[in-house]
Design a protein around this ligand. Structure first.
Ligand code: AMP
Ligand code: ZN
Length: 491
């Protein structure tokens, strides 16, 4: 099976060919831990978790790093403004280390609730300061850096292909330079590798810049890494000089990823990454997510309103990562309903009769054959540039075919195989969240059906209500009764 992705680097849909057959080295730009992750941030990570799952379904061994930005991400991409962590610390009345630890834990809780395959490496920028300093040293030795009053910068004019990745028009950028542009910089696009702590101030997170990185005659000075540096240094330290896949949101293309490429390739003289995948943004009610607009929803905001994290995962998978998403609570409710329907199909595996059919039976049963073919069709849809909406449609079609069958003719083994594949690639926990009902509940159903057959409707209804209290509803169809979960199932 071929696996294809839209590669920002080529601008085309490229077949995935890793450097080492069967192995995929992936780097994902992680969260800046100064606040809770928004549902927009989490949508991005849901796509990349799905990417990992799809690679694994194609038998790749995935080695994945995600950084945790706990230092150096300033409020402005132009290397100006406050450090987001130090600002968050002031807001919450804590120090930057406490803020980082608190919101890192909150992020890990989010990714567990969303059933992510945790990257093997969750690397904090502050744990990789020596690697970042070494990278600056390498760049300095090759003549790519210069020092000004507030820090050490990368000279983008020394890297001729700087503008290529994002198709930047550097002259236009210069003409439209914003007020915050530091006039000491040689070029508008130059970026900070290391910033000095302003004289007379003390930061929560700061390190002494080694003297060999500084211009001669510079006083001993504390400082901190520029935001872009961490991703290059961390990925090199763990995954080596060239990555197979790098992921992030589209906002990262013109600055953050452009700078990662420049500093990595300038330092190592080899290509930094072969495939770049970027997700479009999620909006809320058609508007950009922002604190001031009051639409800065977190996962726990959704949970407080009665939705489960997996409802949100389903919502995100309904869209393609390359299309702008629009979050609404109606949309989330529709995703919740779809997930409940899927869970009720998953529960049919407890209600089908014996699965061992004769060969003749299996061969002739076209519907069973199509059930067996569905996992493959699902993976093929996902292999085509992470086609999650198409994959979901394939599942819906297979499930509606099942619903048109009598219980006894549903092949349990084929159904379980399909559910397992769905769980593997989409992470929706269909098997785990759909336990069988206990024996007492089963007895209730038998009694209720007896009362119904005897036309003792009051008694039959009484049991129906008791079942409802247990979260079970009954559906009578084609002369048989199917039990389903009421909408109270939680993840
Ligand atoms: P940050 O913590 O701001 O560095 O963002 C973490 C990740 O979320 C980055 O890859 C961003 O590109 C991505 N991101 C931020 N906002 C959104 C959004 N509204 N929709 C999708 N992805 C987003
Ligand atoms: Zn990054």
């Amino acid at each position: 099976m071929t696996l294809k992705f839209h590669n920002t680097l080529s601008g085309e849909i490229d077949e995935f060919k890793p450097q080492t057959p069967g192995k995929a080295l992936i780097y994902t730009c992680g969260p800046t831990v100064y606040d809770y992750a928004t549902i927009g941030n989490l949508a991005s990570y849901i796509y990349w978790d799905t990417l990992v799952r799809v690679l694994m379904a194609n038998n790749y061994q995935v080695v994945r790093v995600m950084n945790i930005t706990d230092v150096g991400h300033l409020t402005s991409d132009a290397d100006e403004g406050e450090d987001k962590l130090e600002k968050g610390a002031k807001r919450d009345g804590k120090n930057a280390w406490e803020i980082a630890s608190f919101y890192t834990k909150a992020f890990i809780s989010d990714i567990n609730q969303l059933n992510f395959i945790q990257p093997q490496y969750l690397a904090k920028a502050s744990d990789y300061i020596p690697d970042q300093l070494n990278l600056i040293r390498k760049l300095k030795e090759k003549g790519y850096t210069y020092q000004i009053d507030d820090g050490i910068y990368f000279d983008t004019s020394k890297f001729p292909t700087y503008a290529d990745f994002a198709h930047l028009d550097l002259d236009a950028q210069k003409a439209g330079a914003r007020v915050e542009f530091n006039p000491e910089k040689r070029n508008h696009s130059d970026f900070a590798l290391w910033k000095f702590t302003p004289t007379g101030t003390k930061r929560d997170m700061e390190w002494e810049a080694p003297s060999d990185l500084l211009d001669s005659g510079t006083q001993k000075v504390m400082g901190f890494p520029g935001w872009h540096l961490e991703c290059s240094a961390i990925s090199m330290a763990i995954l080596g000089e060239t990555l197979d896949i790098h992921t992030g949101g589209i906002d990262h293309i013109p600055v953050h990823h452009t700078n990662e490429i420049a500093q990595s390739e300038a330092a190592n003289g080899v290509k930094f990454c072969n495939y770049w995948l970027h997700n479009e943004f999620l909006k809320v009610n058609g508007t950009k997510i922002s604190k001031s607009l009051g639409n800065y929803f977190t996962l726990s905001d959704l949970v407080k309103k009665g939705f489960s994290p997996l409802d949100f995962r389903m919502f995100v998978l309904q869209g393609n990562y390359r299309n702008e998403g629009n979050f609404t609570f109606e949309g989330l409710q529709a995703a919740k309903n779809r997930l409940l329907n899927w869970r009720n199909i998953a529960a049919l595996r407890h209600q089908t009769h014996d699965t061992i059919k004769s060969d003749a039976d299996t061969n002739q049963d076209e519907k069973t054959v199509s059930l067996y073919a569905t996992p493959q069709a699902l993976i093929e849809a996902l292999n085509d540039d992470l086609g999650t909406p198409e994959g979901l449609k394939i599942i819906d079609d297979a499930f509606s075919t099942l619903l048109s069958k009598k219980l006894a003719s549903i092949n349990q083994a084929a159904l379980i195989q399909l559910l397992q594949t769905i769980d593997d690639v989409l992470g929706l926990k269909l098997l785990e969240t759909t336990p069988d009902i206990d024996d007492e509940t089963k007895q209730f159903i038998i009694q209720r059906n007896t009362f119904r057959d005897l036309k003792q409707w009051d008694k039959a209804d009484e049991i129906r209500n008791q079942l409802l209290d247990r979260g079970i509803v009954l559906r009578d169809s084609q002369n048989e009764t199917i039990w389903e979960y009421s909408n109270k199932v939680s993840d």
